[in-house]
Design a protein around this ligand. Structure first.
Ligand code: SF4
Ligand code: SF4
Length: 440
Protein backbone atom coordinates (compact mmCIF):
# COMPACT_ATOMS: atom_id res chain seq x y z
CA UNK A 1 0.00 0.00 0.00
CA UNK A 2 1.44 3.38 -0.94
CA UNK A 3 1.39 6.04 1.70
CA UNK A 4 -0.06 9.36 0.54
CA UNK A 5 2.31 12.28 0.90
CA UNK A 6 1.45 15.86 1.64
CA UNK A 7 3.06 18.97 0.16
CA UNK A 8 4.58 21.03 2.99
CA UNK A 9 5.29 24.73 3.04
CA UNK A 10 8.55 25.22 1.13
CA UNK A 11 10.91 27.84 -0.25
CA UNK A 12 10.64 31.43 0.89
CA UNK A 13 7.67 33.11 2.61
CA UNK A 14 6.80 30.19 4.85
CA UNK A 15 4.15 31.26 7.41
CA UNK A 16 6.10 31.96 10.57
CA UNK A 17 5.68 29.17 13.12
CA UNK A 18 6.34 31.56 15.98
CA UNK A 19 3.37 33.69 14.86
CA UNK A 20 1.13 30.66 14.27
CA UNK A 21 1.97 29.32 17.74
CA UNK A 22 1.05 32.63 19.38
CA UNK A 23 -2.59 31.65 18.90
CA UNK A 24 -3.93 30.11 22.10
CA UNK A 25 -7.27 29.15 20.48
CA UNK A 26 -9.27 31.32 22.88
CA UNK A 27 -11.84 32.20 20.21
CA UNK A 28 -12.12 35.85 21.24
CA UNK A 29 -11.63 36.84 17.60
CA UNK A 30 -14.59 34.84 16.27
CA UNK A 31 -17.28 37.47 16.78
CA UNK A 32 -15.12 40.10 15.04
CA UNK A 33 -14.65 37.98 11.92
CA UNK A 34 -17.05 38.86 9.07
CA UNK A 35 -16.84 35.45 7.37
CA UNK A 36 -17.52 33.64 10.65
CA UNK A 37 -20.43 35.96 11.39
CA UNK A 38 -21.93 35.25 7.98
CA UNK A 39 -21.44 31.46 8.06
CA UNK A 40 -21.18 30.47 11.74
CA UNK A 41 -18.61 27.86 10.67
CA UNK A 42 -15.33 27.34 12.55
CA UNK A 43 -13.30 26.86 9.38
CA UNK A 44 -14.46 30.33 8.24
CA UNK A 45 -13.03 31.84 11.46
CA UNK A 46 -9.55 33.19 12.21
CA UNK A 47 -8.96 30.36 14.69
CA UNK A 48 -10.02 27.81 12.08
CA UNK A 49 -7.70 29.30 9.46
CA UNK A 50 -4.76 29.44 11.87
CA UNK A 51 -5.50 25.80 12.74
CA UNK A 52 -5.25 24.93 9.04
CA UNK A 53 -1.92 26.75 8.72
CA UNK A 54 -0.67 24.90 11.81
CA UNK A 55 -1.83 21.59 10.30
CA UNK A 56 0.27 22.26 7.18
CA UNK A 57 3.18 23.39 9.29
CA UNK A 58 3.00 20.16 11.33
CA UNK A 59 2.65 17.99 8.21
CA UNK A 60 -0.87 16.75 9.02
CA UNK A 61 -2.20 18.21 5.77
CA UNK A 62 -0.44 19.79 2.79
CA UNK A 63 -0.91 22.91 0.71
CA UNK A 64 -2.77 20.75 -1.82
CA UNK A 65 -5.64 20.47 0.70
CA UNK A 66 -8.84 21.89 -0.80
CA UNK A 67 -10.07 23.27 2.51
CA UNK A 68 -6.72 24.96 3.15
CA UNK A 69 -6.77 26.67 -0.24
CA UNK A 70 -10.46 27.58 0.04
CA UNK A 71 -10.03 29.18 3.43
CA UNK A 72 -6.91 31.13 2.52
CA UNK A 73 -9.00 32.56 -0.32
CA UNK A 74 -12.26 33.07 1.63
CA UNK A 75 -10.52 35.24 4.23
CA UNK A 76 -10.99 38.96 3.56
CA UNK A 77 -7.62 39.88 5.09
CA UNK A 78 -9.61 42.55 6.92
CA UNK A 79 -7.54 41.94 10.06
CA UNK A 80 -10.43 42.50 12.45
CA UNK A 81 -9.17 39.37 14.23
CA UNK A 82 -5.74 40.92 14.69
CA UNK A 83 -7.17 44.04 16.30
CA UNK A 84 -9.06 42.10 19.00
CA UNK A 85 -6.59 39.26 19.62
CA UNK A 86 -5.30 39.34 23.22
CA UNK A 87 -2.25 37.27 22.22
CA UNK A 88 -1.24 39.70 19.49
CA UNK A 89 -1.31 37.16 16.65
CA UNK A 90 -0.05 38.95 13.54
CA UNK A 91 -2.58 37.28 11.34
CA UNK A 92 -2.07 39.41 8.20
CA UNK A 93 1.57 38.31 7.96
CA UNK A 94 0.87 34.58 8.08
CA UNK A 95 -2.12 34.84 5.75
CA UNK A 96 -0.11 36.67 3.09
CA UNK A 97 2.70 34.09 3.41
CA UNK A 98 0.20 31.21 3.13
CA UNK A 99 -1.32 32.75 0.00
CA UNK A 100 2.16 33.21 -1.46
CA UNK A 101 2.90 29.53 -0.80
CA UNK A 102 -0.17 28.57 -2.83
CA UNK A 103 0.57 31.06 -5.61
CA UNK A 104 4.23 30.00 -5.97
CA UNK A 105 3.27 26.32 -6.01
CA UNK A 106 0.74 26.96 -8.78
CA UNK A 107 3.31 28.85 -10.81
CA UNK A 108 6.15 26.31 -10.41
CA UNK A 109 3.90 23.32 -11.14
CA UNK A 110 3.88 21.80 -7.62
CA UNK A 111 0.12 22.39 -7.52
CA UNK A 112 -2.25 22.28 -10.50
CA UNK A 113 -1.97 25.66 -12.26
CA UNK A 114 -4.58 28.41 -12.28
CA UNK A 115 -7.15 28.16 -15.05
CA UNK A 116 -6.16 29.88 -18.28
CA UNK A 117 -8.52 32.79 -17.58
CA UNK A 118 -7.22 33.28 -14.01
CA UNK A 119 -3.63 33.14 -15.29
CA UNK A 120 -4.45 35.77 -17.90
CA UNK A 121 -6.28 38.02 -15.41
CA UNK A 122 -3.48 37.75 -12.82
CA UNK A 123 -0.86 38.43 -15.43
CA UNK A 124 -2.65 41.54 -16.75
CA UNK A 125 -3.75 42.90 -13.36
CA UNK A 126 -0.74 42.10 -11.15
CA UNK A 127 1.98 41.98 -13.80
CA UNK A 128 0.95 44.89 -16.00
CA UNK A 129 -1.79 47.29 -14.86
CA UNK A 130 -0.77 47.60 -11.21
CA UNK A 131 2.94 47.31 -11.95
CA UNK A 132 3.19 50.12 -14.51
CA UNK A 133 1.27 53.28 -13.80
CA UNK A 134 1.45 54.46 -17.43
CA UNK A 135 -0.53 51.35 -18.41
CA UNK A 136 -2.93 51.84 -15.52
CA UNK A 137 -3.64 55.39 -16.67
CA UNK A 138 -4.13 54.22 -20.27
CA UNK A 139 -6.60 51.61 -19.02
CA UNK A 140 -8.39 54.27 -16.94
CA UNK A 141 -8.74 56.40 -20.07
CA UNK A 142 -10.33 53.47 -21.88
CA UNK A 143 -12.80 53.11 -19.02
CA UNK A 144 -13.55 56.82 -19.27
CA UNK A 145 -14.24 56.43 -23.01
CA UNK A 146 -16.39 53.35 -22.29
CA UNK A 147 -18.53 55.44 -19.96
CA UNK A 148 -18.58 58.68 -21.95
CA UNK A 149 -19.30 57.30 -25.44
CA UNK A 150 -22.41 55.36 -24.46
CA UNK A 151 -20.68 51.99 -24.77
CA UNK A 152 -21.42 51.30 -21.12
CA UNK A 153 -25.12 51.94 -21.67
CA UNK A 154 -25.06 49.69 -24.73
CA UNK A 155 -23.17 46.90 -22.95
CA UNK A 156 -25.64 46.96 -20.06
CA UNK A 157 -28.72 47.23 -22.28
CA UNK A 158 -27.64 44.42 -24.59
CA UNK A 159 -27.09 42.09 -21.63
CA UNK A 160 -23.50 41.35 -22.65
CA UNK A 161 -22.14 42.38 -19.23
CA UNK A 162 -24.54 39.98 -17.54
CA UNK A 163 -23.77 37.22 -20.02
CA UNK A 164 -20.07 37.56 -19.20
CA UNK A 165 -20.90 37.19 -15.48
CA UNK A 166 -19.51 40.66 -14.78
CA UNK A 167 -22.70 42.54 -13.87
CA UNK A 168 -21.84 43.03 -10.17
CA UNK A 169 -18.24 44.03 -10.84
CA UNK A 170 -19.23 46.38 -13.66
CA UNK A 171 -21.89 48.00 -11.49
CA UNK A 172 -19.31 49.32 -9.03
CA UNK A 173 -17.04 50.93 -11.63
CA UNK A 174 -16.44 54.49 -10.49
CA UNK A 175 -17.53 57.32 -12.77
CA UNK A 176 -14.17 57.99 -14.43
CA UNK A 177 -12.73 61.40 -15.05
CA UNK A 178 -10.11 62.17 -17.67
CA UNK A 179 -8.20 64.35 -15.21
CA UNK A 180 -5.50 62.37 -13.44
CA UNK A 181 -2.88 63.26 -10.89
CA UNK A 182 0.34 62.14 -12.56
CA UNK A 183 3.24 62.41 -10.08
CA UNK A 184 5.75 64.91 -11.49
CA UNK A 185 7.36 66.47 -8.40
CA UNK A 186 4.52 69.00 -8.17
CA UNK A 187 4.81 71.32 -5.15
CA UNK A 188 1.74 72.77 -3.42
CA UNK A 189 2.93 75.43 -0.94
CA UNK A 190 1.58 75.76 2.59
CA UNK A 191 -0.90 78.55 3.31
CA UNK A 192 0.42 80.72 6.13
CA UNK A 193 3.47 79.83 8.18
CA UNK A 194 4.84 76.49 6.90
CA UNK A 195 4.84 73.79 9.57
CA UNK A 196 6.06 70.82 7.55
CA UNK A 197 6.79 69.48 4.08
CA UNK A 198 5.18 66.18 3.23
CA UNK A 199 5.01 63.83 0.25
CA UNK A 200 1.71 62.46 -1.06
CA UNK A 201 1.24 58.91 -2.31
CA UNK A 202 -0.57 59.28 -5.63
CA UNK A 203 -1.28 55.54 -5.99
CA UNK A 204 -3.24 53.82 -8.74
CA UNK A 205 -7.02 54.24 -8.57
CA UNK A 206 -6.66 57.23 -6.23
CA UNK A 207 -4.70 59.10 -8.91
CA UNK A 208 -7.26 58.40 -11.64
CA UNK A 209 -10.87 57.79 -10.54
CA UNK A 210 -10.27 59.63 -7.25
CA UNK A 211 -7.90 62.38 -8.40
CA UNK A 212 -10.44 64.88 -7.01
CA UNK A 213 -9.86 63.38 -3.52
CA UNK A 214 -6.14 64.05 -3.93
CA UNK A 215 -6.94 67.69 -4.78
CA UNK A 216 -9.11 67.96 -1.65
CA UNK A 217 -6.39 66.29 0.47
CA UNK A 218 -3.78 68.74 -0.77
CA UNK A 219 -6.02 71.78 -0.10
CA UNK A 220 -6.73 70.55 3.45
CA UNK A 221 -3.02 70.07 4.13
CA UNK A 222 -2.22 73.52 2.70
CA UNK A 223 -4.87 75.10 4.95
CA UNK A 224 -3.09 73.49 7.86
CA UNK A 225 0.28 75.02 6.97
CA UNK A 226 1.68 71.96 5.20
CA UNK A 227 3.59 72.00 1.91
CA UNK A 228 2.76 69.00 -0.25
CA UNK A 229 5.00 67.40 -2.88
CA UNK A 230 3.92 64.61 -5.25
CA UNK A 231 7.24 62.84 -6.00
CA UNK A 232 7.76 61.47 -9.50
CA UNK A 233 8.59 57.81 -10.20
CA UNK A 234 6.34 56.50 -7.43
CA UNK A 235 3.98 53.66 -8.30
CA UNK A 236 1.36 51.33 -6.91
CA UNK A 237 1.90 50.53 -3.22
CA UNK A 238 1.83 46.75 -3.77
CA UNK A 239 -1.17 46.05 -1.50
CA UNK A 240 -3.03 44.06 -4.14
CA UNK A 241 0.07 41.94 -4.81
CA UNK A 242 0.77 41.31 -1.11
CA UNK A 243 -2.85 40.41 -0.40
CA UNK A 244 -3.01 38.24 -3.53
CA UNK A 245 0.00 36.05 -2.65
CA UNK A 246 2.58 37.80 -4.82
CA UNK A 247 4.91 39.05 -2.11
CA UNK A 248 7.95 39.28 -4.39
CA UNK A 249 6.09 41.65 -6.73
CA UNK A 250 5.01 43.69 -3.69
CA UNK A 251 8.67 43.89 -2.64
CA UNK A 252 9.69 45.23 -6.05
CA UNK A 253 7.03 47.94 -5.84
CA UNK A 254 8.08 48.77 -2.28
CA UNK A 255 11.67 49.32 -3.40
CA UNK A 256 10.52 51.52 -6.28
CA UNK A 257 8.50 53.68 -3.88
CA UNK A 258 11.20 53.92 -1.20
CA UNK A 259 13.59 55.08 -3.91
CA UNK A 260 11.08 57.57 -5.36
CA UNK A 261 10.18 59.18 -2.02
CA UNK A 262 13.76 59.47 -0.77
CA UNK A 263 14.23 60.60 2.80
CA UNK A 264 13.63 64.33 2.67
CA UNK A 265 10.03 64.62 3.86
CA UNK A 266 8.56 65.10 7.31
CA UNK A 267 5.91 62.50 6.48
CA UNK A 268 4.52 60.45 3.63
CA UNK A 269 0.77 61.07 3.52
CA UNK A 270 -1.68 58.47 2.31
CA UNK A 271 -5.43 58.92 1.86
CA UNK A 272 -6.27 55.30 0.98
CA UNK A 273 -6.38 53.00 4.02
CA UNK A 274 -5.19 49.86 2.22
CA UNK A 275 -2.20 51.66 0.69
CA UNK A 276 -1.35 53.30 4.02
CA UNK A 277 -1.21 50.02 5.89
CA UNK A 278 0.94 48.48 3.15
CA UNK A 279 3.41 51.37 3.21
CA UNK A 280 3.59 51.13 6.99
CA UNK A 281 4.54 47.46 6.57
CA UNK A 282 7.36 47.89 4.04
CA UNK A 283 9.72 47.44 6.99
CA UNK A 284 8.35 43.95 7.56
CA UNK A 285 8.04 43.16 3.86
CA UNK A 286 11.77 43.81 3.34
CA UNK A 287 13.10 42.77 6.74
CA UNK A 288 15.05 39.83 5.27
CA UNK A 289 16.70 41.95 2.58
CA UNK A 290 19.93 43.27 4.06
CA UNK A 291 20.31 45.95 1.38
CA UNK A 292 16.83 47.36 2.00
CA UNK A 293 15.71 46.44 5.53
CA UNK A 294 16.89 49.61 7.29
CA UNK A 295 15.69 51.96 4.55
CA UNK A 296 12.32 50.22 4.46
CA UNK A 297 11.88 50.45 8.24
CA UNK A 298 12.86 54.15 8.21
CA UNK A 299 10.46 54.84 5.35
CA UNK A 300 7.56 53.04 7.05
CA UNK A 301 8.09 55.08 10.21
CA UNK A 302 7.29 58.28 8.27
CA UNK A 303 3.98 57.08 6.77
CA UNK A 304 0.77 58.66 8.07
CA UNK A 305 -2.85 58.39 7.08
CA UNK A 306 -4.33 61.81 6.27
CA UNK A 307 -6.72 61.84 9.24
CA UNK A 308 -4.01 60.55 11.59
CA UNK A 309 -1.69 63.33 10.43
CA UNK A 310 -4.18 66.21 10.52
CA UNK A 311 -5.64 65.18 13.88
CA UNK A 312 -2.15 65.22 15.41
CA UNK A 313 -1.63 68.83 14.27
CA UNK A 314 -2.97 71.90 15.95
CA UNK A 315 -5.89 71.66 13.50
CA UNK A 316 -6.91 74.86 11.77
CA UNK A 317 -10.47 75.10 13.05
CA UNK A 318 -10.69 78.87 12.56
CA UNK A 319 -11.27 78.48 8.81
CA UNK A 320 -13.82 75.67 9.08
CA UNK A 321 -17.20 76.96 7.91
CA UNK A 322 -20.56 75.47 8.87
CA UNK A 323 -21.54 72.34 6.98
CA UNK A 324 -25.11 71.60 8.01
CA UNK A 325 -25.34 67.95 7.14
CA UNK A 326 -25.79 64.60 8.80
CA UNK A 327 -23.09 62.04 8.13
CA UNK A 328 -22.28 58.50 9.16
CA UNK A 329 -18.82 56.98 9.15
CA UNK A 330 -17.82 53.65 7.57
CA UNK A 331 -14.47 52.44 8.93
CA UNK A 332 -12.12 50.98 6.31
CA UNK A 333 -10.67 47.72 7.68
CA UNK A 334 -7.11 48.72 6.92
CA UNK A 335 -7.58 51.97 8.79
CA UNK A 336 -9.45 50.63 11.84
CA UNK A 337 -7.83 47.19 12.21
CA UNK A 338 -4.48 47.28 10.43
CA UNK A 339 -3.56 50.86 11.45
CA UNK A 340 -5.82 51.09 14.54
CA UNK A 341 -7.02 54.56 13.52
CA UNK A 342 -10.58 54.93 14.75
CA UNK A 343 -10.81 58.05 16.91
CA UNK A 344 -9.10 60.57 14.62
CA UNK A 345 -11.58 60.60 11.70
CA UNK A 346 -14.49 60.97 14.13
CA UNK A 347 -12.68 63.73 16.05
CA UNK A 348 -12.07 65.64 12.82
CA UNK A 349 -15.68 65.31 11.67
CA UNK A 350 -16.87 66.59 15.06
CA UNK A 351 -14.78 69.74 14.64
CA UNK A 352 -16.83 70.82 11.62
CA UNK A 353 -19.51 73.31 12.71
CA UNK A 354 -23.05 72.27 11.90
CA UNK A 355 -22.13 68.69 10.99
CA UNK A 356 -23.88 65.87 12.85
CA UNK A 357 -22.22 62.46 13.07
CA UNK A 358 -24.52 59.47 13.50
CA UNK A 359 -22.82 56.16 14.24
CA UNK A 360 -23.94 53.20 12.15
CA UNK A 361 -24.16 49.68 13.57
CA UNK A 362 -21.12 47.49 12.85
CA UNK A 363 -19.17 50.44 11.41
CA UNK A 364 -15.91 48.46 11.48
CA UNK A 365 -17.28 45.23 9.98
CA UNK A 366 -15.84 44.71 6.49
CA UNK A 367 -18.06 45.90 3.62
CA UNK A 368 -16.97 42.94 1.50
CA UNK A 369 -14.88 44.90 -0.98
CA UNK A 370 -11.40 43.75 0.18
CA UNK A 371 -9.38 44.27 -3.00
CA UNK A 372 -10.54 41.70 -5.54
CA UNK A 373 -12.71 39.79 -3.04
CA UNK A 374 -15.92 40.60 -4.89
CA UNK A 375 -14.36 38.90 -7.92
CA UNK A 376 -12.94 35.85 -6.10
CA UNK A 377 -15.75 35.40 -3.53
CA UNK A 378 -18.83 37.11 -5.03
CA UNK A 379 -21.34 35.39 -2.74
CA UNK A 380 -19.78 36.35 0.60
CA UNK A 381 -18.85 39.78 -0.78
CA UNK A 382 -22.50 40.31 -1.76
CA UNK A 383 -23.80 39.25 1.67
CA UNK A 384 -21.37 41.54 3.47
CA UNK A 385 -22.13 44.36 1.05
CA UNK A 386 -25.87 44.08 1.72
CA UNK A 387 -25.29 44.00 5.46
CA UNK A 388 -23.21 47.18 5.24
CA UNK A 389 -25.75 48.97 3.05
CA UNK A 390 -28.59 48.07 5.44
CA UNK A 391 -26.62 49.45 8.40
CA UNK A 392 -25.67 52.56 6.41
CA UNK A 393 -29.19 53.36 5.22
CA UNK A 394 -30.67 52.82 8.69
CA UNK A 395 -28.82 55.93 9.90
CA UNK A 396 -30.83 58.16 7.48
CA UNK A 397 -27.69 60.28 7.09
CA UNK A 398 -27.28 62.22 3.85
CA UNK A 399 -23.60 61.30 3.49
CA UNK A 400 -21.50 58.27 4.36
CA UNK A 401 -17.87 59.16 4.96
CA UNK A 402 -15.03 56.72 4.37
CA UNK A 403 -11.33 56.74 3.51
CA UNK A 404 -10.54 53.94 1.09
CA UNK A 405 -11.39 53.56 -2.61
CA UNK A 406 -12.55 49.93 -2.31
CA UNK A 407 -15.05 50.79 0.44
CA UNK A 408 -16.08 53.90 -1.48
CA UNK A 409 -16.96 51.90 -4.62
CA UNK A 410 -18.68 49.14 -2.68
CA UNK A 411 -20.81 51.65 -0.76
CA UNK A 412 -21.65 53.77 -3.81
CA UNK A 413 -22.64 50.70 -5.86
CA UNK A 414 -24.76 49.27 -3.04
CA UNK A 415 -26.52 52.55 -2.33
CA UNK A 416 -27.25 53.05 -6.03
CA UNK A 417 -28.63 49.53 -6.35
CA UNK A 418 -30.93 50.19 -3.39
CA UNK A 419 -32.23 53.47 -4.79
CA UNK A 420 -30.62 55.54 -2.04
CA UNK A 421 -29.63 59.16 -2.68
CA UNK A 422 -27.02 59.02 0.09
CA UNK A 423 -23.64 60.33 -1.11
CA UNK A 424 -20.27 58.71 -0.39
CA UNK A 425 -17.45 61.13 0.41
CA UNK A 426 -13.85 60.80 1.53
CA UNK A 427 -13.10 62.50 4.85
CA UNK A 428 -10.69 64.87 3.06
CA UNK A 429 -13.54 65.98 0.79
CA UNK A 430 -15.74 66.79 3.79
CA UNK A 431 -13.00 68.81 5.49
CA UNK A 432 -12.25 70.56 2.20
CA UNK A 433 -15.94 71.45 1.70
CA UNK A 434 -15.99 73.01 5.15
CA UNK A 435 -12.78 74.99 4.57
CA UNK A 436 -14.09 76.24 1.22
CA UNK A 437 -17.56 76.96 2.53
CA UNK A 438 -18.91 74.76 -0.27
CA UNK A 439 -22.60 73.87 -0.13
CA UNK A 440 -23.35 70.47 1.41
S1 SF4 B 1 -6.18 34.52 16.91
FE1 SF4 B 1 -6.03 35.43 18.93
S2 SF4 B 1 -8.16 35.81 19.56
FE2 SF4 B 1 -8.21 34.34 17.86
S3 SF4 B 1 -8.22 32.32 18.82
FE3 SF4 B 1 -6.06 32.82 18.40
S4 SF4 B 1 -5.31 33.80 20.27
FE4 SF4 B 1 -7.56 33.79 20.42
S1 SF4 C 1 -8.74 38.72 8.38
FE1 SF4 C 1 -10.94 39.16 8.62
S2 SF4 C 1 -11.98 37.57 7.43
FE2 SF4 C 1 -9.85 36.88 7.73
S3 SF4 C 1 -9.91 35.62 9.57
FE3 SF4 C 1 -9.39 37.70 10.26
S4 SF4 C 1 -11.34 38.68 10.77
FE4 SF4 C 1 -11.82 36.83 9.55
Amino acid sequence: MTQSTVIPFYGTDIPNDAVINTCVHCGLCLSACPTYRETGLEQFSPRGRIYLMKAVSDGRIGIESDVFQEQMSACLNCRACEAVCPSGVQYGQILESARTQIHNAKVDGTLPPYTASTTAIRSVVFGQLFAKMSLFRAFSRLLWLYQKTGLQWLARKSGIVKALGLAEQEAILPPMSNTFMVPRDQVYPAIGTPKARVALLSGCIMSTAFAHVHSATIRVLQRNGITVVVPRNQGCCGALHAHGGELDSARNLAKQNIEAFGASYDAVIVNAAGCGSTLKEYGHLLHDDTAWADRAAAFSATVRDISEYIAALDVNTADLKPLPMTVTYQEPCHLAHAQRITAQPRALLKKIPGLTLIEMAESSLCCGSAGIYNVTQPELAGQLGNRKITNTMRTNASVVVTANPGCHLQLAGGLRANGSAMKVLHIAEVLDMSYRGAPA
